[in-house]
Design a protein around this ligand. Structure first.
Ligand code: Q9C
Ligand code: ZN
Length: 657
């Protein structure tokens, strides 16, 4: 292929030995922004920050600049409906001005302004342009610094800050419009922290496109919050096996987690698939410091992930920016990626030692599900490997003194070396300001304060409570827990009764499936006597349990329930924890003191009780598995006989208001 020198102007002449890397950036993509100056994470500063970083570190000067251009409607309509195409084409015109905000408000996480149409056309067109140049061999690889992002956009729907699906449009362009370029199989790697639902749907039945997405999922509670991103979604018909989802069970995933997925899922599959080209939906919202992602991938991590992919498709790789909302993080991550493209080796650095236990579980689930399509995934991983886990205990709790060392997650030698690994690797990293999210200072403040955590539901069973501390699940639970940072078991267990009513409500839960779950009425009622199991745990552990009881995207960079809250709750009686107020158990209730230590429980707010009362929310008895574990707790705690415990639960579940 010949280089069209009038279009490609680069100053890379001093660096002849380097690879030809294309870059696209165009100011016009900055004119799409939230109306009325409203702050929004998906804002023009994102691509400006990346562009400035590449310029200031003299990296853009070593690349080939490409011109952004608007995508043609014909290419859009290979992915989107005519209706959707028309909407985005016209949304910025004057005639739409009065309706723009109303239309946006009906969509999921979308805004429009006068600049949206042009930016959307340029974003998609730029990825097409970059992909064509790389496919032709005029460039080795390219990075399209575009916005709005694309991977959430579906055939007939803008969502999740995405208007057109840029990567899907470029992929379908190469396969359907440029057969002469010989690109017959394309791998799409979506490492944005969110699931690429739009891209998945576009190629659901298409075996020419292997779509791979690794994302936070949390059993359908992380955006876009449904089951589309689960590992069971493998494509359909001829596309079966050509859709691979790696759904994280929890946040805080970092280099070790991602690289384990690369080594044990992605790379073996790509060896077999042997793509002609790779397009990366390169969101940087899994980066350390991202406000939406809550993960911890470092620039070094991204550089290794990218380098591993460069060994395929003759290095023909296009990166298209998706999400990423911490300006510094996305600039540093982008810089690392472009350096790898130029030099074909990872940047200097190192990573944390081990993946989470949950990461190995997810990897094994994916391998099992896809082993029939990709033989290299079929073998079981050695336990020697999968037993190497990141400690749940990090710095803060390593010196806390526990009477019961027997049930600790890690023998102390392992812990010491694991902590040392983490410390060493962090000190080797070149990135600034990424320690904050790993060494969370609030944790050491609360790791030495003990409280009584009073439980009235399934946590009355010790094995169930331990799921919140050590991670994992007990029988009947559909969803495992991620555990606490401090993995020490409770220091003491006591039983007491309290004059608050026990009730059961809700249709179903992620954890237990159909049926109600236990709530404690926040107000005293002297007629009632509810059995409660009190665990002496640290205030740090209480915070981690509070988070797990109220599944949310909160990243724990500050405590949910801090020392001030603890000091004031005896006066207030209860505190609603705003950061997790979407959760059912965000209301922390003070029940008194035991040996000078406060007794706390968590339940719903009074308003929810009112909704149960009025019938607006269903009161429902618990499912069999859930009832069984309540009974188990009461029996093992020597509080009631099995028969009496069953009757006790039954009565609480059927008693009307
Ligand atoms: N509770 C990309 O990263 N969050 N999109 C909405 C509503 C939307 C992210 C939260 C996140 C969209 C490209
Ligand atoms: Zn994202």
């Amino acid at each position: 292929m010949e280089v069209e020198s009038n279009k490609i102007k680069g100053s890379g002449n001093n660096y002849n030995c380097q690879r030809r890397v294309g870059l696209i950036y165009d100011e016009r993509m900055c004119s799409h922004c939230a109306p009325d100056g409203e702050p929004h994470p998906e804002n023009p500063n994102r691509i400006k920050a990346i562009w400035n970083k590449l310029q200031n570190s003299n990296i853009s000067q070593r690349c080939v600049m490409l011109n952004a251009k608007a995508v043609e409607d014909k290419l859009i309509q290979a992915v989107h409906s005519k209706n959707h195409n028309n909407l985005i084409r016209n949304i910025s015109s004057k005639v739409y001005a009065s309706r723009r905000n109303r239309i946006a408000s009906k969509l999921n996480s979308i805004y429009f302004n006068e600049g949206s149409s042009e930016a959307a056309y340029l974003a998609a067109g730029s990825v097409v342009e970059a992909a064509e140049k790389v496919a032709k061999g005029e460039l080795d690889s390219a990075f399209a610094i575009v916005r709005p992002p694309g991977h959430h956009a579906e055939e007939n729907e803008a969502m999740g800050f995405c208007l057109f699906n840029n990567v899907a449009i470029a992929t379908s362009f190469l396969l359907n419009e440029r057969p002469e370029l010989g690109i017959k199989k394309i791998l799409i790697v979506d490492w944005d922290v969110h699931h690429g639902n739009g891209t998945q749907k576009t190629f659901w039945q298409d075996p020419r496109v292997l779509f791979f997405s690794v994302h936070r999922h949390e059993f359908g509670s992380f955006y876009p919050a449904n089951d589309d991103g689960f590992y069971t979604m493998i494509g359909e018909g001829p596309g079966s096996g050509y859709n691979i989802n790696v759904p994280w069970e929890n946040g805080r995933c970092g280099d070790a987690d991602y690289l384990a997925v690369w080594d044990h899922i992605l790379v073996p599959v790509v060896e077999e698939f042997n793509p002609d080209m790779i397009i990366i939906s390169a969101g940087f919202d899994a980066a350390v410091g991202d406000p939406l992602g809550g993960c911890r991938v470092t620039p070094y991590g991204y550089s290794v992930m990218l380098k591993k992919l460069m060994d395929f498709a003759q290095g023909k790789i296009v990166l298209a920016l998706e999400g990423g909302y911490n300006l510094e993080s996305i600039a540093n991550s982008s810089l690392a990626c472009v350096e790898v493209l130029l030099e074909n080796k990872p940047i200097r650095g190192s990573s944390e030692a081990y993946p989470f236990e949950s990461t190995w579980r997810v990897i094994q689930e994916v391998r099992q599900k896809l082993g029939v399509f990709w033989p290299s995934l079929a073998d079981e991983l050695p336990t020697k490997l999968t037993n190497q886990n990141a400690p749940h205990i990090l710095i803060s709790s390593s010196d806390s003194k526990s009477e019961d060392e027997g049930a600790k997650l890690f023998v102390s030698a392992d812990l010491v070396s694991a902590v040392e690994d983490v410390v060493t690797s962090l000190s080797n990293l070149k990135v600034e300001d990424q320690t904050a999210s790993t060494f969370v200072p609030w944790r050491s403040d609360v790791s030495k304060i003990d409280i009584w955590y009073a439980t009235y539901g399934s946590n009355m069973s010790r094995s169930r409570l331990l799921c919140y501390i050590e991670g994992g699940k007990v029988e009947g639970m559909k969803k495992p827990c991620s555990g606490s940072m401090d993995g020490h078991p409770p220091k003491e267990i006591l039983w007491r009764t309290f004059s608050h009513r026990l009730l059961f409500g809700r249709e179903s839960t992620h954890t237990w499936g159909p049926g109600g779950i236990a709530f404690l009425h926040p107000k005293r009622d002297n007629q009632c006597k509810t059995h409660m199991c009190l665990y002496r745990i640290t205030l740090e552990q209480f915070n981690d349990i509070l988070l797990q009881e109220n599944v949310s995207n909160y990243d724990m960079s500050s405590p949910l329930f801090d020392v001030d809250a603890l000091n004031s709750i005896s006066n207030k009686g209860s505190i609603s924890v705003e950061a997790v107020k979407e959760g059912w158990y965000h209301n922390v209730l003070y029940l008194g003191k035991e040996r000078e230590m406060p007794i706390l429980t968590m339940t719903c707010p009074l308003s929810v009780i009112e909704s149960f009362k009025s019938g607006e929310l269903p009161l429902r008895p618990p499912c069999k598995e859930y009832a069984n574990i309540l009974v188990k707790g009461l029996v093992e705690g020597n509080q009631l006989t099995e028969e009496v415990a069953k009757a006790y639960i039954e009565e609480a579940a059927t008693e009307p208001f």
